[in-house]
Design a binder for this molecule. Structure first.
Ligand code: FRU
Length: 322
């Protein structure tokens, strides 16, 4: 391994495990860099977030003119607000932010904008549109695709019957609401479908989803389908059903489709389907660099999705070299 590769590796490793990290690409000293870009990540304890950081770090390594500073909000709004305040104080050239929740991060995003720092919002939104750009998946569309597939699994349009357990992501986030709304555009049209729970949130976490499902299993003799707003929660629900000896009667649908998680669980027959929610790590950074170099960027960049079922899971894994 060349010294430079070792250095990069060391920095990348540090970036994944410390709260604030400097990701310098190449050998140049930080002060030689043209652009200092701050990225405020909501948390790193969730697998999708870890992948997101890997993606942005890999992209940064392709831009020797960029110094990337990554902070970890540790899944707490107050911590993430302090992180963004810190980036403002450092007078970075641009701030990328993937908010823990919309309302809580809006004020500090406005502070950055008032300080004339261009802000790029990634994956979860804030309650203003004064930022330069939003980059992320279309959660309404993904919810609709999941709802349409649920109806198909439960007997088809006009004939679907079954009891559904829906496990919400964080209530303070737009993706959870959009994933809910899109899904119900399809399932609410079916008189034979019954929703067993009312707005129960697992806050995107596998263990919380496990507990919600364990209770739902105790309270309901018949559960036909689980819709988790992300794969860790769909999988948590699967594990609860398995522990109750009822996993074979139930279909499980999730969202994210990370190769090592959702796609593998589909391949193993644990989840019935997952929908790709690509991380905006690479695209977010590319767009910010474009903007700093004086190019025009669009207000919204929508990342593509796809459905992963037993039919294509293996192919998807192969394409990822797994
Ligand atoms: C990770 C995560 C993903 C989900 C996304 C929604 O924090 O919960 O699993 O798709 O956030 O914003």
């Amino acid at each position: 391994m060349k010294r430079r590769d070792m250095l990069t590796l060391a920095v990348v490793t540090a970036a994944l495990f410390t709260t604030t990290s400097l990701v310098a690409s190449g050998d140049a000293m930080a002060q030689d860099k043209k652009w200092r870009i701050g990225f405020s990540q909501a948390t790193t304890i969730e697998p999708w977030r870890a992948q997101f950081n890997k993606d942005i770090i890999a992209e940064a390594a392709k831009h020797p003119e960029v110094e990337l500073i990554i902070t970890d909000g540790e899944d707490k709004t107050e911590k993430q607000v302090a992180d963004v305040e810190n980036l403002i104080r450092q007078e970075v050239d641009a701030i990328l932010v993937s908010p823990k929740e919309s309302a809580g991060l809006t004020g500090v995003v406005m502070q950055a904008i008032d300080a004339r720092i261009p802000v790029f919002v990634l994956d979860r939104n804030v309650e203003t549109d004064k930022y330069v750009q939003f980059v992320g998946g279309d959660n309404k569309l993904i919810g609709r695709a999941a709802g349409e597939y649920a109806v198909e699994l439960l007997g088809g349009k006009g004939k679907a019957t079954g009891n559904i357990v829906e496990i919400w992501g964080g209530m303070g986030t737009q993706p959870a609401h959009d994933r809910h709304d899109g899904f119900h555009e399809f399932t609410d049209k079916e008189p034979g479908i019954k929703n067993l729970l009312d707005q129960q949130s697992g806050d995107w976490k596998q263990d919380q989803a496990y507990n919600i499902m364990a209770t739902a299993l105790r309270n309901n003799e018949k559960i036909d389908l689980v819709y988790g707003h992300n794969d860790p929660m769909a999988y948590g629900a699967y594990l609860a059903a398995k522990d109750a000896g009822r996993e074979k009667e139930i279909k499980f649908i999730g969202i994210d489709a990370l190769p090592g998680e959702g796609v593998t669980w589909v391949k193993n027959g644990e989840l019935t389907a997952t929908f790709l929610y690509a991380t905006p790590g690479a695209d977010g950074l590319i767009q910010a660099i474009k903007y700093l170099n004086g190019e025009k960027v669009e207000k919204n960049v929508v990342l593509p999705t796809m459905k992963v079922t037993a039919e294509n899971a293996e192919q998807v894994l192969k394409e990822k070299g797994m």
